[in-house]
Design a protein around this ligand. Sequence first.
Ligand code: NAP
Ligand code: GLV
Length: 321
Amino acid sequence: MGKGALALLITGGTENWAPQRWRERFLRCCPDRIVALIPDDAIDPAMVRYAAVWKPKPGALGAFPNLGVIFNLGAGVDAVMADATLPDVPLVRVAVDDLTRRMTEYVVMHVLMQHRRQRYYEQSQRDRVWTPKLQWAAGALRVGIMGLGVLGRDAAEVLARIGFNVAGWSGTPKSVPGITCFAGEAELPAFLARTDVLVCLLPLTPATRGILDTKTFAGLAHDGVLGGPVVINAGRGGLQVEDDILAALDDGTLLAVTLDVFATEPLPASSPFWSHPKVTLSPHNAADTDPDAISLYVADQIAAFERGETLANVVDRKVGY
Ligand code: NAP
Ligand code: GLV
């Protein structure tokens, strides 16, 4: 019998997620394996041993009776986990340097935009006014990262290297040199109370849904150099209560937000976020999954699995990440 076939089930509707791009990359790095883009390519479902997916249609993976491993083509598995019919086989998520570095770029850029008051200087340029403001040192800004996993830890370390006063919050206790670590519900208030810029890099699970709400915003530090707390969410839209964000921006509980993710994506044209003066937004591309890096990652994992080795970055289905 030949090698098990790899089925690609990819939706997303953006340039990066064009299914043909992904098929081309997988064909290149799996030359001795059948790679079938579903539903375009005809294949006997019984031949499919692996599936590489991004937002597959609920129930679609149930079509493959011999499925052995599901590879999610991103770091967050919430869309896949929402499928109640998901086959009970290992679910592997992405954890690769390429994606991590992209997220760190995004986080550092948006923290620096606040720290160096980039919006103010853009407006000054438009107004042709020369009014430099007093600039504090990076160490005066307290950045707090929610989620000290693969992405959160790297962003925290780079921010600390720049000189920011960085803390992180995770489910289980961590020890990261140069980072003040908090863990669990009990330590959340203390973490928030020392945070001027809150960066959310949590996964979306039943335990984290809606965590960015009025109570969390009220718990942030309100005595920092920026004049109010800032929230940056690049995790998932379901982590934020969007009405609470708008209310907190309008009543001054929050100074500003940067949002890469939203409850409804694409963000509807009618959303108030588009034109809110205190909102910076991006179209869920803080850290795009790159087909070159990720097809190689999946191909390597399949090869290791077939050698009898342990799969890396397998999702714990009980906790949802
Ligand atoms: P990860 O390595 O699994 O890390 C998740 C972190 O969140 C861990 O530190 C975990 O704590 C913590 N956590 C989970 N549930 C928690 C809870 N209830 N309370 C406190 N901490 C909790 O994930 P990752 O690779 O860093 O990715 C994080 C998320 O980023 C993904 O799930 C995805 O939603 C998002 N993402 C977004 C983009 C984008 O372009 N916007 C791109 C990639 C990823 P423990 O360490 O104790 O387990
Ligand atoms: C992107 O959002 C990812 O989860 O990788």
